[in-house]
Ligand binder design. Structure first.
Ligand SMILES: *Cc1c(COP(=O)(O)O)cnc(C)c1O
Length: 391
């Protein structure tokens, strides 16, 4: 039997990437600036419907720049989704800010407007309103931005959308990442499209984007002698990598369709297994299913997510638990947290029961068969054992 490694979300390249990279070589634009960077910014802004975009070395750098643009500094509070990857939070700490974590809801797995409202009410009472809110669109599903924007507008707090996992997603017909003051995308190797490493900051505020571009280029003043009046960063994207990005961007719609097809097949395969529930798709949007995620109820199935992950690992299949919530990370556990309902944390349950399955757009039919078979066999074995034990 074929036992080659099946990855969670490997890069999936087309043919045009090479042409744009060759262009950089031919014209000797091997620099963190150049025509591929300019074009990639323009093409991405157009694709998502934003007025402008700044290509950066990572999605993390893009979040950092967005926070700087909103003036987040020492002691400033920033509300952030708790169920996410650490990169949503680290830039808050770079600036000496205080993250306050907001739970998700079970319907979308993204920021719970209910928890957000409670966090704002308390912050208002204590005169500690946040300077920004970072909303994460998890696993390619958009958060309910109308509800979230309404709450944030009431308190006049700007929103940053962490759309690192949701490029290609729409919310009420409009691109993920274009519903707040700033949006950020990531082109890390495991994302839906990749430049091997890279990110993008988008906004309709083109003056702010110019400022980010300036900071990201070592805050170099327009003087021939390298004049510096502000603290800067080396955050620009290389012109070579931007070439990969241009080729990848042309394929985005195909990649989204492929990931959705992967999800649909898993969903059909597990439809009759009681105790497995796929991550729901909110009816207001179009999710990319960047990763297929599901929960497994150990009581109904007799199988814990850890059992399943162990079997998948043995079969040389890469799978992962759902993100460990930020409020449970040793680095971050002492910061405030607002669960969906007092005493009832949705992200904790999702972490305990959720797993992410191989979801790449290049996953073959046979590879997906292997994953499905492995999961079905494991659950059958465990449930048989469970019925023996109870007999
Ligand atoms: C990948 C990711 C990021 C960070 O992007 P990098 O390009 O790796 O810095 C930020 N937020 C979320 C939710 C991510 O999944």
């Amino acid at each position: 039997m074929n036992n080659s490694r099946i990855y969670l979300s490997p890069p999936h390249l087309g043919t045009r990437e090479r042409e744009y990279v060759d262009l950089a070589f031919r014209t000797n634009w091997i620099a963190p600036l150049g025509p591929n960077v300019d074009q990639f910014e323009r093409e991405l802004a157009e694709k998502v419907g934003a007025k402008g975009a700044v290509a950066l070395s990572s999605g993390t750098a893009a979040i950092h720049m967005a926070l700087k643009l909103l003036g987040v500094g020492r002691g400033d509070r920033v509300f952030v989704s708790s169920l996410t990857f650490i990169a949503s939070v680290n830039p808050v700490l770079y600036e000496g800010g205080v993250p306050v974590f907001i739970d998700c809801d079970a319907e979308t797995w993204t920021m719970s407007p209910q928890a957000l409202e409670r966090a704002f009410e308390e912050a208002h009472r204590n005169k500690q309103l946040p300077r920004a809110v970072i909303v994460v669109h998890l696993y390619g599903q958009n958060a309910d931005m109308d509800a979230i924007n309404e709450i944030c507008a009431k308190y006049r707090v700007p929103v940053i959308e962490d759309a690192a996992e949701s490029l290609g997603t729409t919310y009420k017909g409009k691109s993920s990442g274009t519903h707040g003051k700033f949006g950020i995308y990531s082109f890390n190797g495991n994302k839906i499209i990749t430049t091997s490493g890279g990110g993008m900051l988008v906004s309709d505020d083109t003056a702010a984007l110019s400022k980010a571009r300036f900071w990201a280029t070592q805050a170099r003043e327009p003087q021939p002698h390298y004049e510096h009046a502000e603290l800067g960063y080396n955050y620009r994207l290389s012109n070579v990598l931007a070439g990969i990005g241009r080729g990848q961007l042309e394929l985005l719609d195909d990649r989204v369709a492929a990931r959705r097809a992967v999800f649909d097949r898993y969903k059909r395969a597990f439809a009759d297994i009681e105790g497995i529930n796929m991550m729901p798709e909110a009816e207001y949007g179009y999710a990319t299913r960047w990763l297929t995620t599901m929960t497994i109820d150990p009581i109904t199935t007799g199988c814990t997510p850890a059992d399943l992950l162990e079997r998948l690992t043995e079969a040389n299949i890469e799978a992962r638990p759902v993100w460990k919530p930020m409020h449970r990370q040793p680095l971050l556990q002492y910061y405030p947290y607002f669960p969906h309902e007092p005493g009832s944390s949705v992200s904790d349950t999702l972490f305990e029961q959720g797993i992410c399955l191989p979801s790449g757009s290049s996953l073959t039919w046979d590879e997906q068969d292997r994953v499905i078979t492995c999961i079905k066999q494991t659950i059958q074995m465990k449930s048989r054992r469970m019925s023996h034990e109870s007999a």
